[in-house]
Design a protein. Structure first.
Length: 188
């Protein structure tokens, strides 16, 4: 049913999305934003640093995340440094995020495939339309026996009906453009 190449094209994106996630992308993490340790000496700078750690919620504070990393740089000044830190414990579900991203990617791929199909179909519609096109001046005349819609209805060809509707729409658009840009009037 599927060739090996098609199967790989389908499976590789799924494997990439479901590969193990590590580091700062864990489902549960503690995120602390603090000033740089050098800012204790110089109060002018407002640079902030992000510290992320995978700790339990009760250790999501300056003592559990920041001091083990920068303890040597701020020795003796922990009481000045820690109140300036903002720590937030985050609990998120990366699996749901991955599923949503996969669905969005698949929808975009389907829309691109549909657009490609329509681009390939357009020359076929226009080729048939040019071969069977009969110009008429009044759209109210379509109900007569010899009209183009009667001929299309007799044949039952869906492609010709679509082409006819497309030509009708294009004529209406041309008429609207001519009225708006040339005559500066609106259609009724």
């Amino acid at each position: 049913m599927f060739s090996m190449k098609q199967l790989l094209i389908l499976v590789i994106p799924v494997l990439v999305f479901f590969s193990p996630v590590s580091g700062s992308y864990d489902d549960k993490r503690c995120k602390c934003v603090c000033p740089r340790p050098a800012a204790l000496n110089n109060t002018i700078g407002s640079d902030r640093t992000l510290y992320i750690g995978n700790v339990p919620p009760n250790k999501c504070n300056c003592d559990g995340i920041i001091l083990p990393r920068v303890g040597e740089l701020i020795k003796g000044r922990e009481q000045e440094f820690c109140p300036q830190c903002e720590c937030i414990y985050e609990n998120r579900n990366t699996t749901i995020i991955q599923v949503v991203v996969i669905i969005v990617v698949w929808v975009i791929m389907l829309l691109v495939a549909y657009m490609g199909f329509l681009i390939c179909l357009d020359p076929l519609i226009n080729k048939r339309a040019k071969a069977s096109y009969q110009e008429h001046t009044n759209e109210d005349d379509e109900g007569t026996l010899g009209g183009p819609s009667q001929q299309m209805g007799a044949r039952g060809n869906v492609l010709n009906r679509v082409t006819h509707q497309q030509d009708k729409w294009k004529r209406q658009v041309r008429e609207q453009r001519r009225n708006i840009y040339d005559r500066h009037t609106m259609l009724n």
